[in-house]
Design a protein around this ligand. Structure first.
Ligand SMILES: *Cc1c(COP(=O)(O)O)cnc(C)c1O
Length: 398
């Protein structure tokens, strides 16, 4: 069965829990998205920009020294860190801006936490000459001042949000508010496979290029499908992008790695499947970190991109039907993986991606050398080196 269904549901997850004023905009976006999917001209345009602007296909790289070091399965890295702007987020931002152009929209809005999705959106807005406003919590703006400057360099206006914890959740609320007011002129480029229908499906479709490419690349290199797919899960877009083209291949295990932060017992983490419960946040029914009164809990992760209270609804569904498995890596493991991959492969991973590498460090020893694992290296770590230097006590660098 094709999911989501016509109500945007993956089983009991997903849906459209939004104000009436947004319903017609969302219906328009969905209709345009369906038309674009069937339009060879749209696909050709996507393919052109994915190749010449984003730099796809990204390589599937055999991490030989990491593999030898761990003494277990052959580990391949899907190199999304080599995509333009240094992460997978550009795949979705590009797809959505081409859609916005088809709809005749003149203005783009987006939310951002750490700034990665904001930068990807500012990038494509510059490329296509559309006005762009990015909402960002005031605390995040201070933590990620360099990304604020990057967006401004590309002509985007970054609007600080002072409500609540002044981070990602409040930035999404502000972006939604803007959209309700300016819906005729404006398209909202949401940054992950979450929120209201049709975003979880649309973002998945724009990100599934990760899985589709990796599938033909591993067939070419190894002549068979991998035994495991491994990806970090924030909202869930790089992971669903990798997993989706393999969903029917039940011999392929799919493993999502959430942020364990300072440990599950501490309560300071973003592992929605470790103690989270079913609820609705920002348009969507899914697993959330919330208290008994339904108040959203503060989350923590060393990696800002994994630090969000809700998980994309398709992951809740894949977990429920037993098709995908979810685990977590804590801050300490992620930092160790950040250093280990840098030393062994000369690749500095994003702290988000380091959670997927941490899974390999923990689980690969002892697993058969005959297994093949494909890991999503969702982004590069340049954005994180100052923060890691500070944590490692090299404060003079940060
Ligand atoms: C934003 C981000 C993530 C987390 O987002 P998903 O939607 O779960 O993929 C992971 N890795 C990097 C490098 C990011 O920038």
């Amino acid at each position: 069965m094709r999911l989501p269904d016509e109500h945007g549901r993956f089983g009991r997850y997903g849906g459209m829990y939004v104000p009436e004023t947004l319903m017609s905009a969302l219906t328009d976006v969905e209709a345009e998205f369906r038309a674009a999917q069937k339009d060879p001209a749209f696909q050709a345009e996507m393919d052109l920009y994915l190749a010449d602007y984003v730099g796809r296909p990204t390589p599937l790289y055999f991490a030989e020294r990491l593999t030898q070091h761990l003494g277990g399965p052959k580990i391949y890295l899907k190199r999304e860190d080599l995509a333009h702007t240094g992460a997978h987020k550009i795949n979705n931002a590009l797809g959505q801006i081409l859609l916005a152009r088809r709809m005749g929209k003149k203005r783009i809005i987006a939310e951002t936490g750490a700034g990665q999705h904001g930068v990807a959106t500012a990038t494509v807005a510059a490329r296509f000459g559309l006005e762009c406003v990015v909402y960002m919590g005031r605390v995040d703006m201070e933590r990620q001042a360099l990304n604020v400057f990057r967006m401004e360099l590309m002509g985007t206006e970054v609007r600080g949000v002072d409500a609540g914890s002044k981070t990602l959740k409040e930035a999404i609320n502000e972006a939604m508010r803007d959209w309700v007011t300016n819906v005729d002129s404006t398209h909202y480029i949401l940054g992950s496979a979450l929120g209201t229908h049709p975003y979880p499906e649309m973002v998945r479709e724009f990100q599934k290029v990760i899985g589709t490419e990796s599938r033909s690349q591993i067939m070419e290199k190894e002549g068979r499908l991998p035994d495991r797919l491994i990806a970090c899960v924030g909202g869930g877009s790089n992971s669903i992008g990798l997993f989706y083209p393999y969903v029917e291949d039940t011999g392929v295990r799919m493993i999502g790695v959430e942020a364990g932060g300072r440990g599950i017992a501490s309560g300071e983490h973003a592992a929605r499947f470790q103690g989270g419960t079913l609820g609705v946040l920002q348009g969507c029914m899914t697993y959330l970190l919330q208290d008994d009164d339904g108040q959203i809990e503060l989350t923590h992760s060393v990696s800002a991109g994994l630090d969000y209270a809700a998980i994309g609804p398709e992951h809740s569904y894949l977990r429920e039907i037993g098709r995908a498995e979810y685990t977590y890596a804590d801050d300490t493991e992620a930092l160790a993986a950040f250093q280990r991959l840098s030393e062994l492969e000369g690749i500095i991973p994003a702290l988000e991606s380091a959670h997927a590498i941490a899974y390999c460090l923990r689980e690969a020893p002892g697993v058969s050398k005959d297994e093949i694992w494909v890991v999503s290296l969702s982004g590069r770590g340049d954005k994180d080196v100052q923060q890691v230097a500070r944590i490692m006590g090299k404060g003079h660098l940060g």
